[in-house]
Write a protein that binds this ligand. Structure first.
Ligand code: IPM
Ligand code: MG
Length: 347
């Protein structure tokens, strides 16, 4: 089992180090790591946020564990050289189109949620986010209007094949859970969303056992804080999924808790916490490594066919939380290392 480790920027190296130690503590035979540079770290060392050497490592790996990218030093670079291009490039080059972002409240963390505990306790959903299309990858640029004003533009587009394949992942995910799928769009305004909705409805014919609903994204944002317990699986596009998953994370306790999997058609995947590089706390040992540790568990389950090892990690995280381990984002004082230790102590 060859795992590529891409720590990246900011708190990325700190949280990846903890996840690696957790994986090593499992003592699995034939687990090998290969590290690569991504993001601002790669730009500074090699002049590009996603160097060919890193892509080569990604291609020969069975799975990728990714920290975070984003570095304020790089904010003024031309867009194709910015750190974020590393993650966007990996998703696109390796066709990781299906992003699974489970949001579930660990009962011990009900008080850390931005919502009232009795509301937060209901949260148990998976956001299925499309990752290879939408306004993220449409034509974009800067131009001048006829009257000489600067204008920025980004084209939003989805074709029906792109919608169909992510809709199927949404239906399949719902089938393995409570059987409810909510497709989130903005079909009252956007043509892209009208096609999205039409194709999701067509695809539903193959999934008569799934209860399908549709929701506009503004309403979905509101419902996520009003009554998050109503959601089982949400399927949505790249941009809406980006926004709603950050929101769901705070409802579920902390953005430091949510893992994610980005899969291709063969279950090869890239695994990363949904949080960013948090440059304001980088290097201070304040980051919560649990989102990355839980991402490693998802990697074992989805790409490496080690469901028992995945269960062990998830169980150890729950026990560590139950015994009171809390990083600053959860209202505690434990360092990044100490949080990792708390999980490894249980293992
Ligand atoms: C995420 C992040 C990325 C995204 C950034 C870093 C490009 O916010 O994974 O949610 O927008 O997809
Ligand atoms: Mg995001």
């Amino acid at each position: 089992m060859r795992v590529a480790l891409f720590p990246g920027d900011g708190i990325g190296p700190e949280v990846i180090a903890e996840a690696r130690l957790v994986l090593e503590a499992l003592d699995l035979p034939s687990l090998e790591f290969e590290e690569g540079l991504v993001g601002g770290a790669a730009y500074k060392a090699m002049g590009h946020p996603l160097p060919q050497a890193t892509l080569d490592i990604a291609e020969r790996a069975d799975a990728i564990l990714f920290g975070a990218v984003g570095d304020p030093d790089c904010d003024r670079l031309e867009r194709h050289l910015r750190p974020e291009q590393a993650i966007l490039g990996l998703r696109r080059h390796l066709s990781f189109f299906a992003n699974l972002r489970p949001a579930k409240l660990f009962p011990e963390l009900a008080d850390a949620s931005a919502l009232r505990p009795e509301v937060a306790r209901q949260i148990d959903m998976v956001i299925v986010r499309e990752l290879n299309g939408d306004v993220y990858f449409g034509e974009k640029g800067m131009r001048k209007t006829a009257s000489g004003l600067r204008e920025g533009y980004d084209v939003m587009a989805y074709n029906e094949d792109e919608v169909r394949r992510i809709a199927r992942i949404g239906f399949e995910t719902a089938r393995a859970r409570a059987g409810k799928l909510c497709s989130v769009d903005k079909a009252n305004v956007l043509e892209t969303s009208q096609l999205w909705r039409d194709v999701v409805i067509e695809t539903a014919a193959d999934y008569p056992d799934i209860e399908l609903s549709h929701m506009y994204v503004d309403n979905a944002a509101m419902q996520l804080v009003r009554n998050p317990g109503q959601f089982d699986v949400i399927v949505t596009g790249n941009l809406f999924g980006d926004i709603l998953s950050d929101q769901a994370s705070m409802c579920a306790g902390s953005i430091g808790m949510l893992p994610s999997a980005s899969l291709d058609v063969n279950q090869k995947g890239l695994y990363e916490p949904i949080h960013g590089s948090a440059p304001d706390i980088a290097g201070q040992g304040k980051a919560n490594p649990l989102a990355t540790i839980l991402s490693a568990a998802m990697m074992l389950r989805y790409s490496l066919n080690q469901p028992e090892a995945a269960d062990r990690i998830e169980g150890a995280v729950a026990k560590a939380l139950a015994s009171g381990a809390r990083s600053p984002d959860l209202g505690g004082t434990l360092s990044t290392r100490a949080m990792g230790e708390a999980v490894r102590a249980v293992l």
